[in-house]
Design a protein around this ligand. Structure first.
Ligand SMILES: *Cc1c(COP(=O)(O)O)cnc(C)c1O
Length: 367
């Protein structure tokens, strides 16, 4: 007889994470080997050659447990950011730190404020611990709705979690906008500011958020990752830069002990040291981002302004259907699925050849 096991209702009720399509599936459906992978915001340039050297078998010892504290990496990050290493927690991707902050701070029934369209985990991880999530919609011109966010902050949510630059939309909060939101925050609200695309932001009005928030006396968790501009998505390493050591200690308790593996720690150290590689890659992506945005506008689309490595736009019909058409041509993109945004498509900026394939196929499918 089968045993009866109960599941945690908070977990069984979770929405599924909308992950990019698997390569093998795309190859089978399209009958092509050369898939243009424009769905998951990966770096088409790969990663620094210094990273590959750091992963050499003579350097990484798979049979040893890695340092559970990631001391060397946190030391290097502290020097890089100008903050104390004991305010930093390394994670198995910054995703793990979204889960850790939710576990460390939230209790069932407490309120979380975020935005919509949203990065799935900003909603999923709070829901998994039984919190309630309120989402403020973007404006008609595809930007943060500051007035609505200020109004919602008056209810003193336990967490205010958002990404800036904003996945999936693209814009970053300016210094003035961020200070306005911070001014509206209750002392009971913890700000979780996800900067996964921080390296791609190029506006001179995009502030040094860690310095700005530290100066404002706010308690915060800033999330950064090696998955995007540094090109280490497959190794899983990111980090939380916290306002204070007490907060960092709470996050550390909420993570698994050996969360960042030895290869990932070595790779992240090497990637951080090769700033020149990362900056050159970001510069190439920005040029392509502008070129693709111009081409989309010429086709009559209106992509949101982007400080990231992707573009987000209303394709005027079901984006799931457009994505299916693109898939048959060997191009993977991300159709948005949240209610009210089903006509929006997010396309990662790849190399010029892949971007051209995307533009040509989109034109055929929508003209
Ligand atoms: C890609 C992304 C991350 C990064 O996740 P990792 O776990 O570090 O790979 C985090 N937040 C947002 C908003 C992202 O788009």
């Amino acid at each position: 007889m089968a045993t009866r096991i109960g599941f945690n209702p908070h977990v069984t009720a979770l929405p599924a994470y909308n992950a990019g399509l698997n390569l093998a599936v795309a190859q089978r459906i399209s009958g092509r080997d050369d898939i243009a992978r424009l769905a998951s915001n990966e770096n088409p340039d790969g990663c620094s050659p210094e990273v590959l050297a750091a992963l050499a078998p003579a350097v990484v010892e798979p049979w040893r447990y890695a340092d559970p504290a990631c001391a060397a990496l946190r030391e290097a990050l502290g020097a890089h950011l100008g903050i104390a290493p004991d305010c930093i927690v390394a994670g198995n991707g910054s995703e793990e730190m979204i889960a850790a902050v939710s576990r460390a701070v939230l209790q069932p029934g407490q309120e979380v404020l975020t935005v919509v369209p949203s990065f799935g985990l900003h909603e999923i991880e709070p829901l998994a611990v039984g919190a309630r999530v309120t989402k403020v919609a973007m404006t008609a011109d595809l930007d943060f709705d500051l007035d609505a966010l200020v109004a919602a902050l008056a209810w003193a949510p336990r967490l205010f979690m958002l990404s800036s630059p904003w996945n999936p939309v693209g814009p970053a909060l300016s210094r003035e906008a961020l200070m306005r939101l911070v001014g509206a925050m209750s002392p009971d609200t913890l700000l979780v500011f996800d900067e996964a695309y921080f390296e791609y932001a190029d506006g001179s009005d995009v502030p040094d958020v860690i310095a700005l928030l530290s100066g404002a006396g706010v308690r915060f968790v800033v999330l950064r990752t090696f998955s995007k501009a540094y090109g280490l998505a497959g190794l899983r390493v990111g980090y939380a830069a916290c306002s204070d050591a007490e907060l960092a200690a709470a996050l550390s308790k909420a993570k698994t002990p050996f969360n960042v593996n030895a290869a990932a720690q070595a790779a992240a150290m090497a990637a951080l040291q090769d700033q020149a590689w990362m900056k050159a890659s970001v510069a190439r992506t920005r040029v392509e981002r502008e070129r693709v945005a111009v081409a989309l506008r010429a086709m009559g689309f209106a992509p949101a302004r982007s400080q990231t490595n992707f573009l987000f736009f209303d394709c005027g019909r079901s984006s799931t259907q457009v994505a299916e058409g693109l898939l048959h041509e060997g191009i993977i993109v991300k159709p948005w699925r949240e209610p009210g945004y089903e006509q929006f498509l997010r396309v990662t900026i790849g190399h010029a050849g892949d971007n051209d394939r995307f533009l040509a196929a989109l034109h055929r499918l929508t003209a």
